[in-house]
Design a protein around this ligand. Structure first.
Ligand SMILES: Cc1cc2nc3c(=O)[nH]c(=O)nc-3n(C[C@H](O)[C@H](O)[C@H](O)COP(=O)(O)OP(=O)(O)OC[C@H]3O[C@@H](n4cnc5c(N)ncnc54)[C@H](O)[C@@H]3O)c2cc1C
Length: 594
């Protein structure tokens, strides 16, 4: 293990590098042998500067949701009660397994519902797949950073707790689902494994492996002949989007390439299905002997996963799990009444309340988008309907769109030319430039602050993501996949469809060529952080500067690593010459200059 210390004027980073030799032939010179495997970044000097300098206020950190555990339990129980139907009757026989994947919830979970309906006893299973903790495809970053690992652990803890409240438990095993599920199916005599379908290649490969493994299992069954087959089946259901794939007015392979066409079409022709209800109890558990397969197992710790977790003490600290998700929804919609103003605030960057912050829970499936939809409709009925209430649904349609695009474009979403297979662009893999971006020391406070937020908390605003993406691919000319893979490591809300979908858009290789945008830092700073509050939060040395200097602090900050492609790099924000140049220099035309 080699420990490297990097210093910038704003903070020092302590990065742990683990050196290993990769077998991947695709790895380029950048990370060919020294690959960042586990990272542990501490903003040491940022914190100590706050302590030392009495003029600087202490950085506030935010728990999301900000409720205490009693309130979270109360909101969760209340929501479960609202969605419980006491008249539900199961009709099945034998044992069914629910294989939890990115659907770590009990509410509106069709796989769980179908397992319960089709059996007399349900066995819930989660496999801690070691492949999730390997490295990213091209550049060898950790596939799951420590923050998302911690978040996942909290999701599993909460899922186990909620299953137990409903008469079940969660069997947790470490290993590949294609090895684990057949042996559990054999030990429990299960007739079916129910799970949610995924759309990207790695997950589809696992599904194929599980199906093949189950086919080799022979069940000892007393059930009526023909009712259930001799080998356990794998039954996959669709459940990750607001609109169901079967309700689309076109097959996913013929999805419109322009988002607006997709949105208008689904809004006018499709209905969003209702959430699945919960029975009063999901029990009993099967009475099989689990000892031969290692018992119930337990939720791993971050250390068990070979990672090291530091407590988040700046920015937002998200709590994992369905209970936290339901509580955040309650807090944002009902307690704080923020849904009313979402459209006006959604482009903010600082604090938890400018947007919903649902994405980490949506990505891990702790909350279903249909439940968010039903709550928006309830809010519209009980409080008010306006552009803001609609706009949350508008954004969720973006999420749906990227999910369906992954079905249409399969692996090209991850390839350098993107869905449009753009060959003409020349990308650089300059290590020095990329590292300065990744570590937040480009000399542009708006970029540096956002990148620090990302690796400190696992979150970045949508505005920030668009700005840092544009800077990396357009100002630096760096291979967009390097940025996408770093996001894959860090984001709590990492979802292959939304991440690679947005990156291909940002890089101008997405399916819609009209989305070829350049985000001007001076203009973005002026519009979205006019007083430099956001940058001063993450870069405390800027706090002492006059507000109008914080985005372009000159010698008071580290030197800019490159000039901006369009507009001067040394202006006070907002007063740039970008207006004169937009549309002339940038091939995309003025409508693509933001
Ligand atoms: C380069 C880049 C990478 C991204 N990677 C991811 C990712 O891995 N996972 C992810 O969930 N989102 C990703 N996004 C989309 C978006 O930035 C986040 O969903 C959003 O910032 C989450 O914050 P929120 O929940 O407060 O969003 P809100 O503004 O409250 O929006 C509500 C919900 O709508 C959905 N949504 C909003 N904008 C988008 C969008 N552009 N694309 C897809 N869904 C959207 C999200 O599920 C979000 O939770 C990425 C965007 C960019 C530009």
């Amino acid at each position: 293990m080699m420990t490297v210390k990097l210093f910038s004027s704003s903070s020092s980073f302590h990065l742990k590098f683990l050196t290993f030799f990769s077998s991947k032939s695709t790895l380029n010179s950048l990370f060919s042998t020294n690959i960042l495997l586990s990272y542990n970044i501490q903003i040491m000097s940022s914190a100590s500067k706050f302590d030392q300098n009495s003029r600087l206020s202490s950085p506030k950190s935010y728990l999301v949701p900000s409720l205490n555990s009693d309130e979270i339990d109360r909101i969760t129980d209340e929501t479960f009660r609202r969605y419980t139907l006491s008249s539900m009757k199961r009709k099945g026989v034998g044992v069914a397994i629910v294989w939890f994947r990115n659907d770590l919830r009990i509410l509106d979970n069709e796989a769980l519902y179908r397992a319960w309906m089709s059996s007399e006893a349900v066995l819930p299973v989660y496999c801690v797949d070691p492949r999730l903790f390997e490295t990213t495809h091209y550049f060898g970053f950790p596939k799951t950073g420590a923050l998302r690992a911690q978040y996942l652990i909290e999701c599993l803890d909460d899922l186990k707790k909620n299953l137990m409240k409903h008469g079940l438990n969660l069997l947790i095993q470490h290993g590949k689902p294609e090895d684990i599920l057949p042996s559990i199916a054999k030990a429990s005599g299960a007739h079916t494994v129910y799970a949610h379908i995924e759309t990207c290649s790695e997950e589809l490969r696992v599904e194929r492996g599980v199906r093949a493994g189950l086919q080799k299992v022979r069940r000892q069954t007393q059930e009526p002949r023909g009712k259930n087959p001799l080998s356990p089946k794998l039954e996959l259901v669709w459940g990750s989007t607001m609109y169901h794939t079967d309700d689309l007015p076109f097959p996913p392979t013929e999805l419109p390439d322009v988002y607006t066409q997709f949105r208008k079409s689904v809004e006018s022709k499709c209905k969003i299905r209702s959430c699945f209800k919960l029975p009063t109890s999901l029990g009993p558990l099967p009475c099989c002997d689990l000892d031969e397969i290692g018992g119930w197992g337990c939720v791993p710790s971050v250390d068990d996963l070979g990672l090291h977790h530091e407590k988040v003490n700046m920015g937002m600290c998200f709590r994992g799990g369905e209970s936290a998700a339901l509580s955040r929804l309650n807090e944002y919609f009902w307690r704080k009444d923020l849904l009313r103003v979402y459209k006006e605030t959604r482009n903010g960057m600082l604090g938890p309340d400018y947007s919903t912050k649902f994405s980490p829970w949506l990505a891990s499936g702790c909350i279903s988008p249909r439940l968010v939809y039903e709550e928006v409709k309830r809010y519209e009925k009980e409080r008010q309907a306006n552009d803001s209430t609609y706009w949350v649904l508008f954004e969720l349609i973006w999420r749906d769109y990227f999910r369906f695009l992954s079905v249409k474009y399969v692996n090209s979403l991850f390839q350098i030319g993107g869905p449009r297979k753009v060959e003409s662009k020349k990308w650089s893999q300059d290590r020095v430039l990329f590292e300065s971006w990744r570590e937040g020391r480009t000399g542009y406070p708006l970029i540096d602050a956002n990148m620090k937020e990302l690796y400190t908390t696992g979150f970045m605003s949508n505005r920030g993501r668009q700005i840092v993406c544009s800077f990396l691919v357009r100002d630096m000319g760096i291979d967009w996949r390097m940025g996408a893979e770093w996001f894959e490591t860090c984001l709590l809300d990492y979802d292959p469809c939304s991440n690679y979908g947005n990156w291909t858009y940002g890089a101008g290789v997405g399916n819609d060529p009209r989305e070829d945008r350049y985000f001007s830092i001076p203009k973005q700073a002026q519009n979205y952080d006019p007083d430099g509050e956001y940058v001063a939060y993450w870069l405390p040395e800027l706090q002492a500067l006059p507000r109008d200097k914080r985005h372009f602090p000159g010698k008071s900050y580290i030197k800019q690593i490159i000039p901006l492609k369009f507009g001067s790099s040394n202006q006070r924000h907002g007063r740039s010459n970008y207006n004169r140049r937009q549309g002339k220099d940038y091939a995309g035309g003025s409508k693509n200059f933001y």
